[in-house]
Design a protein around this ligand. Structure first.
Ligand SMILES: Nc1nc2c(c(=O)[nH]1)N[C@H]1C(S)=C(S)[C@@H](COP(=O)(O)OP(=O)(O)OC[C@H]3O[C@@H](n4cnc5c(N)ncnc54)[C@H](O)[C@@H]3O)O[C@H]1N2
Ligand code: MOO
Length: 405
């Protein structure tokens, strides 16, 4: 039986980025750039002022104070007129081009009005307060390499170079199927023995949260016909995720029917809890995740196995949430011989991360998952991990470490 890292390795070895598409620049945020951005021109395009003030010739300002004739005005977006004569200054706004002849800008705060002239009252150094042509980016330079996750700074750079359409890796279309005769859809009244199909929705939300597109297939009933029809439909997407029907129950049909449909199984069962009865296979280039049905196990196995694979398919390079060190606040008990993921509440105290159990750790307890914002890895052989131990923590929520308790 593979460890969770081996199982994840088997998956990541088999999935690769999907194709490339061009999207409107705002749609590119959160996506992965698929081609290098090479600067089509230099930035800035011309020497320009970094301050509101006066463009001067530094050689005119060797003795301070000095009065210079104000010979013109260039607003931002304005145009440069002829060269500036010695003894003259040009009123200039931030971003406006430096007129020829000038080699420094004096901020307005370092000047005084003097009729038609301006009096410069602070020392002036050649080149001060000028943003020089090409100092930010040279023409032809690779400014953003392919494979970069696009954040607002990349949007700014892409926009600055006129890229209204941006080449990004395609989003994965992910089919989601729940299985089981006990399931009813959201909206039906509660009935003992029946379960509202929450896995489809938590999976769809998780798929969406990682930037992929969920395709909800509904529920496959516990017969081969229903499984065959729904699973075949799911295999048309870029990836298929099913929940339930993979343990040892006599009606756990998922793996059987997937095999009939031509899915090559790479593993079934992983050495971890929750999530032991997870299966994974490939249908050609498409990954097929058969996740266990307990809602907690479904979500944990999505995090550990499906999310990294979907991210890789969408071109991401950093696909695995890293483990960071945290201090365990209470003793944690488990059965020796299996890796456990403990659902925890992460807090930050004096800049250090601490993890407390989020409640009852039975895999049937959904409330504990709702209370948790991280998973602590409890190692294989341990049966008690005492309070105060430094443990490996996987943070699941971006806002988790903002909490100071
Ligand atoms: N004899 C064995 N029994 C079980 C084993 C085992 O190894 N041997 N493993 C246990 C573990 S661990 C898990 S996890 C579950 C996984 O079972 P399945 O994936 O086959 O799922 P089901 O048995 O159908 O359902 C489990 C549980 O989850 C609820 N469920 C299922 N689908 C949904 C859904 N779409 N939305 C919300 N809740 C769902 C279902 O009602 C059950 O309560 O097997 C153990 N048994
Ligand atoms: O793995 Mo089951 O996922 O322990 O509840």
């Amino acid at each position: 039986m593979p460890s969770f890292t081996e199982a994840r390795g088997l998956i990541l070895d088999r999935v690769a980025p999907l194709g490339i598409e061009r999207v409107g620049i705002l749609e590119a945020a959160g996506r992965i750039l698929a081609e290098n951005l090479e600067a089509p021109w230099e930035m800035p395009l011309c020497d320009n002022s970094a301050m509101d003030g006066f463009a001067v010739r530094a050689a005119d300002c060797t003795t301070i104070p000095v009065s210079l004739k104000v010979a013109g005005y260039i607003p931002a977006g304005g145009e440069v007129s002829g060269p500036v004569e010695p003894g003259c200054a040009i009123r200039i706004m931030t971003g406006a081009p430096i007129p020829p002849g000038c080699d420094a800008v004096v901020p307005v705060e370092e000047t005084e009005g003097d009729g038609d002239a301006v009096r410069i009252v602070a020392p002036v150094k050649e080149r001060q307060h000028i943003r020089f042509k090409g100092e930010d980016v040279a023409a032809g330079e690779t400014v953003i390499p392919a494979g970069t996750l696009i954040h607002p700074p990349e949007i700014s750079m892409l926009a600055s170079f006129g890229k209204a359409l941006v080449p990004v890796f395609r989003r994965a279309r992910v089919a989601i199927l729940s299985t089981g005769d006990e399931l009813i859809e959201l909206g039906s009244p509660p009935v003992p023995g029946k379960i509202i199909n929450s896995n489809t929705l938590s999976l769809a939300a998780a798929v969406r949260q990682c930037g992929a597109e969920p395709i909800i297939l509904g529920i496959a009933r516990d017969d081969r016909e229903s499984h065959r029809e729904k699973l075949a439909e799911g295999l048309r997407a870029d990836a298929l995720i099913t929940s339930a029907g993979v343990s040892a129950g006599d009606r756990d049909l998922v793996r059987d029917v997937l095999a009939e449909l031509g899915v090559e199984q790479l593993f079934w069962k992983v050495d971890m809890k929750p999530g032991g009865p997870t299966a994974f296979g490939m249908y050609g280039e498409k990954p097929v995740f058969s996740l266990p049905g307990n809602p907690v196990s479904t979500m944990v196995t999505f995090e550990i196995f499906a999310r990294p694979a979907l991210l890789r398919m969408m071109g991401h390079r950093n696909v695995v949430r890293p483990f960071v060190k945290a201090t365990l606040r209470e003793d944690a008990k488990k059965k020796a011989g299996k890796v456990n993921f403990l659902r925890v509440q992460v807090t930050q105290r004096n800049g250090r991360l601490e993890a407390s159990t989020a409640g009852d750790q039975h895999t049937g307890i959904l409330r504990t998952m709702v209370r948790s914002n991280g998973l602590v890895l409890l190692p294989l052989e341990a049966s008690v991990v005492p309070a105060g131990t430094e443990v490996d923590l996987m943070i699941l929520r971006d806002d988790a470490t903002m909490l100071e308790n």
